[in-house]
Design a protein around this ligand. Structure first.
Ligand SMILES: [Zn+2]
Ligand SMILES: [Zn+2]
Length: 110
């Protein structure tokens, strides 16, 4: 089944966006909220918005270690999220201030 977040243009746009975010604040450590399932078939992750129930489930990922799997999963799932360059939280569109490029919580503090 094709996954909607693997379609070309948005993917490229989001890649550029995340790297711009890193340039804006090179020290930011993006912290994703996730759960992990591990079976013989591999690893499966579900990522959540830091503030609500919005989530994105990845496909099954085969990797040597859970750490490697997590990196691959993050790569896949981050296209569905926005990173706050201030606190590093992953949030959905509803909890993100596009203008400030920060999560709503950080944006309201500034
Ligand atoms: Zn949210
Ligand atoms: Zn924030």
């Amino acid at each position: 089944m094709p996954r909607k977040y693997h379609t070309g243009s948005r993917n490229t746009w989001m890649e550029a966006w995340w790297s711009r975010m890193r340039q804006k604040n090179p020290n930011v450590v993006f912290k994703s909220k996730y759960t992990m399932k591990h079976t013989d078939g591999g690893y499966q992750f579900t990522f959540f918005c830091a503030y609500c129930d919005f989530c994105c489930k990845t496909g099954w990922i085969r990797a040597e270690s859970s750490e490697e799997a997590r990196l691959l999963a993050e790569n896949e799932a981050r296209m569905e999220f926005n990173g706050c360059h201030s606190c590093g939280k992953w949030v959905c569109n509803d909890h993100y201030d596009m203008q400030a490029m920060m999560c709503v919580e950080c944006a309201s503090e500034k």
